[in-house]
Design a protein. Structure first.
Length: 361
């Protein structure tokens, strides 16, 4: 594998895997659970959500950070995977799936790759025309795509609920079954945690191999200049579409994992605010870095939960508005002092400290 050529990537994978195993072990073996290490600020539930969103942001980083294609609708693909799994499990009888199939343990596992394929095909169809746009025009087009998808979820795909209730409208779909292997259910959350992070690690490894290959060099060339990339023989339209489809497939996988974790889905989870949060996570970690995904998502959750738990100590009687203001200020400071994200910021700081000249004293 090409990423092994980089010792930093190998050590990064080992470090992340070690932390994942430690956190899971601690949650299982200690009655207080993982949250006792952080004073209740950071829960084990949050670690599962970080793993799920890491998969989405890895795909977004490939699209925005490496290929330079703006996207404000990534949550739409996340939602498509979630709703596909939800409809064909919790609403299986409505769509005509026999109970013998719908109640089989392997059925939800079959739906996950099926949802990825359908989402990828949809992304291919809309990506061909959309990716001809550039800059803010492309951002607005992906924003519109995300809004349309969420409206379809909320409006039951335009079908009267009395005729066929697929999405549950604004209320969403509850009662999504847990994943299991035979009679072994991947629940409680400690079991599901390892599945989620296994998928997250696989997405990171896949992306590291992509960015360190000939394809990765082509993507960086497109990011620098479409015209220059075309001159050296890069089929820019084809590469843009492929990355767009790959990011959609990753989003669909994460959406299916979310549906079976949350056991319910609803339209607001996949709306514009969710897409904006994903972009913020990518920017915080560093868009031009695969490692920016887990670190960006973790930083986003850590700052948000820390403000929720401790904001009242800074401002007496602080409400949610103060948390939003404080989060905005922190984000501004991060963009000023670490414009390339926390991964590059920490790496550059360590590099400067390592090569700092000794004083004469």
């Amino acid at each position: 594998m090409k990423f092994i050529a980089s010792h930093r990537n190998l050590w990064g994978l080992l470090a992340l895997t070690s932390f994942i195993l430690f956190a899971g072990w601690f949650e299982i073996t200690h009655p207080e659970g993982f949250s006792s290490l952080t004073g209740g600020i950071f829960t084990f539930d949050a670690l599962v959500r970080i793993g799920i969103l890491t998969i989405v942001v890895v795909g977004l980083n490939l699209l925005m950070g490496y290929t330079g294609q703006a996207s404000l609708g990534q949550a739409a693909f996340y939602g498509m995977g979630a709703y596909f799994s939800a409809i064909f499990t919790a609403r299986a009888s409505v769509v005509g799936i026999p109970d013998t199939i719908a109640n089989s343990w392997w059925w939800p596992w079959l739906l996950i790759p099926a949802g990825m394929l359908i989402t990828g095909f949809f992304a291919y169809l809309v990506g061909r025309p959309i990716l001809r746009l550039k800059g803010h025009y492309l951002a607005m087009a992906t924003l519109g795509l995300g809004i349309v998808v969420v409206i379809l979820f909320r409006e039951n795909f335009g079908i009267s609920a009395k005729v066929l209730s697929l999405t549950g409208g604004s209320d969403g779909i509850p009662g999504i079954p847990r994943l299991r292997i035979g009679t072994y259910e991947l629940w409680p959350v400690t079991r599901y945690y390892f599945l989620v992070w296994a998928m997250a690690l696989l997405s990171i490894i896949l992306s590291l191999n992509i960015v360190n290959s000939r394809v990765g060099r082509a993507l960086r060339a497109i990011h620098s200049s479409d015209l220059a990339a075309e001159v050296i023989g890069v089929n820019t339209a084809e590469f843009k579409t492929r990355v767009f489809v790959l990011s959609a497939i990753m989003g669909s996988l994460a959406g299916s994992l979310y549906a079976h974790f949350q056991a319910a889905v609803s339209p607001p989870t996949f709306g514009f605010v969710a897409s904006l949060d994903l972009v913020i996570m990518a920017a915080m970690g560093g868009m031009a870095s695969v490692w920016g995904a887990p670190f960006g998502v973790a930083a986003f959750f850590l700052i948000r939960e820390l403000l929720r738990a401790r904001m009242h100590l800074v401002v007496e009687g602080a409400s949610g508005e103060y948390e939003v203001i404080a989060f905005g200020l922190i984000l501004i400071l991060l963009m000023i002092f670490a414009p390339d994200g926390v991964v590059f910021g920490v790496r550059n700081t360590l590099h400067r400290l390592r090569h700092k000249p000794l004083s004469d004293s």
